[in-house]
Design a protein around this ligand. Structure first.
Ligand code: SF4
Length: 163
């Protein structure tokens, strides 16, 4: 598990995450191959995982949004928090492709990330996180799951990663 940057109380009070504008949004959780296997072992219905190794989003009943099926709306909490995908643990950081380069990037659409983007504590957290991603076993896992590296619009590139 990756130590979280955003305090839990802030996350639970925000209704930004886990909701998406399109059913095939690039922001929806992409899954490591080993996570697909793990979710199947935990009896998660296979229909909730797409062939592109993403969580299948479901249309919201009252809003023009698509929701992660693991979002417990009333509590605004993740039903699989203890074994949530690596990408969800990483957020508000992302693996961003910029041309041939890959960066650990920050999504400043997250209100906490926007407010603290230039804080020394956040920058130190990002430096440590970039180091962690470059170590085994994570680096090996990322190199075999290149679908997690995407071109995200509007993110703030922080550290180049040699993946
Ligand atoms: S798996 Fe959990 S944390 Fe990740 S998008 Fe779904 S509800 Fe949110």
């Amino acid at each position: 598990m990756i130590r979280q940057l955003v305090p839990e109380s802030v996350c639970l009070a925000c209704r930004g995450c886990c909701r998406f504008g399109e059913p095939d949004s690039c922001w929806s959780p992409a899954l490591l191959s080993e996570e697909v296997e793990m979710l199947v072992r935990k009896n998660i219905p296979p229909l909730l995982i797409t062939k592109e190794k993403r969580v299948r989003l479901l249309p919201a009943s009252q809003e023009a949004l698509y929701l992660c099926p693991f979002l417990e709306g009333a509590k605004n909490a993740c039903k699989i928090y203890a074994f949530r995908p690596f990408e969800c643990q990483l957020y508000p950081f992302l693996l961003n492709r910029a041309g041939k380069d890959v960066y650990l990037a920050l999504d400043t659409q997250c209100p906490y990330a926007e407010e603290h983007a230039h804080d020394a504590a956040l920058r130190e957290y990002a430096r440590a996180l970039a180091g962690l991603l470059m170590q085994a076993p994570l680096i090996g896992s990322l190199r075999t799951n290149l679908h997690l590296i995407q071109a995200y619009p509007g993110v703030l590139d922080l550290h180049q990663l040699k993946i």
